[in-house]
Design a protein around this ligand. Structure first.
Ligand SMILES: [Zn+2]
Length: 284
């Protein structure tokens, strides 16, 4: 596979009306599961690490794992998922990440613009090629199974196309994550439906790629429709975490002390989820 830049892969995805998969990991087992799945299908992939995940795996360590794949010319990219402070943005930018998300979705419009602008300015001054993503419209912050739709998330907090346009113009971001009925984490009582018409309206109004967060728990049909409406990257976290835990629980029942044997069960379960999602996103 000929290596292009992440920006080029995203452009390709937009043109082909497919989406690149973004999967969160916490450790090398997660990395192995995501990269092996992508390689088996021959598609580019983005590894996501949130602030908590970065603290656990190590910013430089995860960057080094990605570099090892890039050295072999395989398109694996690394994104600093949900970053809440400029300090943490700096850490990821300085470590050479391909992309970073500054998350001010919980703030007021003005405060969100201010924080995002600051992050964009730092990131671009260090690495003009870096992709900065930001969010407008709160969609919760969990990556767990939650009892109900989180407080502060409702139809009213869905992103209005005119606000999206204004936000993007004022901040200079490269990618945008709207609130379109998506929720972080998985809701026990059932996920709210994605607002496909709103995705379409935002996509028509703004000229930068759109990212769907919190897609764990949404049906294949909905995700397919969202990609058709203009989503270029889809984030999955909670479903992989669940699969990992269930796999490891099976691994623990084995009469084994070799970690590469009992942890392998967790990797296999994660691979099933990642492979199914990649097939869906890439129309394979
Ligand atoms: Zn997210």
């Amino acid at each position: 596979m000929n290596m292009k830049t992440l920006r080029e892969y995203i452009k390709d995805a937009e043109e082909k009306k497919v989406a690149i998969g973004h999967f969160n990991i916490s450790d090398s087992e997660g990395f192995k599961a995501v990269v092996e799945s992508a390689k088996e299908l021959g598609v580019p992939v983005i590894i996501g690490v949130s602030e908590g995940e970065r603290d656990f795996i190590g910013v430089d360590e995860v960057r080094a794992m990605v570099d090892a794949e890039r050295f072999k010319e395989y398109p694996v990219f690394i994104n600093a998922d949900h970053t809440y402070s400029v300090e943490k943005v700096k850490e990821a930018v300085d470590a050479g990440f391909d992309a970073v998300i500054i998350d001010g979705a919980k703030l007021s419009f003005e405060e969100n613009v201010k924080l995002t602008k600051e992050a964009v300015m730092y990131a671009k001054s260090k690495n003009p090629e870096i992709i900065v993503e930001a969010e407008l419209g709160f969609i919760g912050q969990s990556s767990k199974i939650i009892d109900a739709v989180p407080d502060g998330v409702s139809v009213e907090t869905e992103t209005k196309p005119e606000d999206a346009e204004k936000f993007i113009n004022e901040t200079g971001i490269d990618m945008f994550a709207p609130s379109v009925g998506n929720i972080h984490g998985m809701v026990k009582t059932g996920e709210p439906k994605l607002n496909i018409e709103l995705i379409k309206a935002i996509h028509e109004r703004v000229r930068i790629p759109l990212v769907l967060h919190g897609a764990s728990g949404n049906s294949d049909e909905e995700v397919r429709a969202a990609i058709g409406a203009g989503i270029s990257i889809v984030h999955i976290n909670t479903e992989i975490r669940l699969a990992y835990k269930q796999g490891v629980e099976e691994g623990m029942k084995l009469d084994e002390v070799a970690p590469y044997k009992f942890m392998a069960e967790g990797v296999e379960e994660m691979k099933k989820v990642v492979t199914a999602k990649l097939k869906l996103f890439n129309k394979i």
